[in-house]
Design a protein around this ligand. Structure first.
Ligand code: 13P
Length: 255
């Protein structure tokens, strides 16, 4: 089996002014030190992208964004293009987060355009999928995830696929303190990897990292990160403090 380096990504969501973001980024850089055994990405809000980027310069912590618009430029009031992100040295971008799907009406088809645009513009997508509580209770989890994966990745070529990062985030576990059991998470991660193998071949699927997201904390991370197909975490709440985020980095390094 291919060894996949663990990845810990912080999704700061709509939190932190630029000044607060810079302070947190400095603490995270200090906590990360020079370690290269775990990949680390932080995704501040757009208003702090540039200032946080300056803090990360020369560190091992990479800069991510929380969204993009697929077009290069034009009449898209309020939107941010891949070129704008690249100009600020952004390397990763969260796409298809359940909050974007549920609160801002993003469809699989639109998310697919974003994934294709990100890959074309040398941005690594952190492509999110996951079921709601109602869908899980109806026994539809795997079907929902399959649709999201297949629709969101339509048209992605085998070579570009190696740059993908997938995040499985059960919606009912996000910000609720209700973490998926390791068995629930591993089952879906293994299923996603099987879908990736069908789409891109088994060797490519073995290279793609699949992160878990949803109330991941230092206390529950070691068990989750020990699962065969869980290659890291996409962290919301616990990424807003350097201490807990640092503990998650340490937990990932230990696996
Ligand atoms: P929490 O870690 O706050 O549950 O958020 C997870 C998430 O949505 C990361 O994208």
């Amino acid at each position: 089996m291919t060894h996949r380096k663990k990845l810990i990504a912080g999704n700061w969501k709509m939190n932190k002014t630029p000044a607060d973001a810079v302070a947190l980024a400095r603490e995270i850089v200090a906590a990360a030190g020079q370690r290269t055994d775990v990949d680390i990405v932080i995704c501040p809000p757009f208003t702090a992208t540039e200032s946080v980027g300056k803090v990360l310069d020369g560190s091992t912590v990479k800069l991510g964004a929380q969204n993009l618009h697929p077009e290069k430029s034009g009449a898209f009031t309020g939107e941010i293009s891949p070129d704008m992100l690249r100009a600020l040295f952004v390397s990763h971008v969260i796409l298809g987060h359940s909050e974007r799907r549920a609160l801002f009406g993003e469809t699989d088809a639109f998310i697919n355009l974003k994934v294709l645009s990100a890959l074309k513009n040398q941005l690594r997508p952190i492509f999110c999928v996951g079921e709601t509580l109602a869908e899980r209770e109806a026994g539809a989890t795997l079907k929902v995830v399959q649709t999201q994966v297949e629709a969101g990745l339509e048209g992605v070529g085998r070579e570009a696929a190696a740059d993908l990062i997938i995040a499985y985030e059960p919606v009912w576990a996000i910000g609720t303190g209700k973490v998926a059991t390791t068995a629930q998470a591993q089952e879906v991660h293994a299923f996603i990897r099987m879908l990736l193998a069908k789409l891109f071949t088994e060797p490519v699927a073995q290279k793609i990292r699949i992160l878990y997201g949803g109330s991941m904390k230092p206390a529950n991370a070691p068990e989750l990160l020990a699962q065969t197909d869980i290659d890291g975490g996409l962290i919301g709440g616990a990424s807003l403090e350097a201490r807990s985020f640092g503990e998650l980095i340490t937990a990932a390094a230990a696996k």
